[in-house]
Design a protein around this ligand. Structure first.
Ligand SMILES: [Zn+2]
Length: 282
């Protein structure tokens, strides 16, 4: 007798090997683990957290390259290292910088999300991506990949919204979103307590101190965006909960998938409309 070839998959929740036509995962009870709901291209993105983080970094790099290309004519190689390979303000506005200019004049509310994927210089993007790699590992470990991406996306929007309310004309950068991960880490450390929680709280608290120290020393840094991001991250951490308190639920997974769809749609819109206006202007 030949063994029947049954298709096996990894359970989307517990990652154990199960049969695709299982009604419920025998290990964790996830309903219909083989359904399309759990096995579409968007949900599969979350199957490999390390790859997902790389993907976000690549998207940031691609958006940066595009702003550099658009502002090629005005590309400056000034003495200030912070200005090395700086995209022009026009290229950033075209591709979705946020603030009172974009929102009050152009009603581009979607820039609250797109601005997180734009950077003002090579050091700006390098520092942010290095910080993102570090903090995302911690947040994925304690909250899971889905909650991490929702905190990143929604916390970034919240940070830029606060910055907009404070009247910032133009703002960009992933630091508001990264600050929301930092806020979620602060909440985790404080809420968990114990030796480990306190160590996290102290270490991340040190980061926050540095962020504001640099923020007030270096001109042009969006402190309201950073502060708003941190506050948003604390609130989202409290709202979502972390592994030790609450496992990732279907709601968390659905929200993260919606954040991916919104990010992809908004960035494609930003690129499409940006290139359209760029060619119209030239
Ligand atoms: Zn399972």
């Amino acid at each position: 007798m030949t063994p029947t070839a049954r298709k096996t998959i990894l359970c989307p929740t517990c990652r154990k090997l199960i049969s695709i036509d299982e009604a419920r995962c025998p290990y964790c009870g996830t309903v219909k683990p083989g359904s399309w709901m759990h096995n579409n291209p968007v949900s599969r993105l979350f199957n490999n957290p390390a790859q997902f983080i790389k993907g976000i970094i690549y998207v940031n790099a691609a958006m940066f390259a595009l702003t550099i290309l658009i502002s090629f004519q005005s590309l400056r190689l000034s003495g200030n290292p912070l200005h090395f390979l700086s995209p022009s303000l026009l290229s950033l506005r075209l591709l979705g910088a946020t603030g009172t200019f974009a929102i009050d004049n152009l009603h581009r509310w979607w820039t609250l999300l797109s601005a997180s994927y734009l950077h003002g210089g090579i050091l700006h993007i390098l520092f942010n991506m290095m910080a993102f790699r570090q903090i995302s590992v911690l947040i994925i470990r304690e909250y899971g990949i889905h909650r991490m991406f929702s905190i990143y996306t929604l916390g970034g929007i919240f940070g830029f919204w606060i910055s907009y309310l404070r009247g910032t004309p133009d703002t960009i950068g992933s630091s508001a979103a990264i600050c929301s991960l930092i806020g979620a880490a602060l909440y985790y450390g404080k809420s968990r307590g114990g030796v480990y929680g306190q160590a996290i709280y102290r270490q991340i608290g040190g980061w926050v101190l540095m962020i504001f120290l640099f923020g007030f020393m270096i001109p042009g840094i969006d402190n309201w965006g950073h502060g708003g991001g941190i506050a948003g991250g604390i609130l989202l951490g409290l709202l979502f909960g972390y592994h030790e308190r609450k496992k990732e639920t279907r709601l968390h997974r659905t929200l993260a998938r919606l954040c991916v769809l919104a990010t992809v749609a908004i960035l494609l819109w930003a690129i499409g409309s940006g290139l359209y206006y760029y060619t119209a202007l030239h």
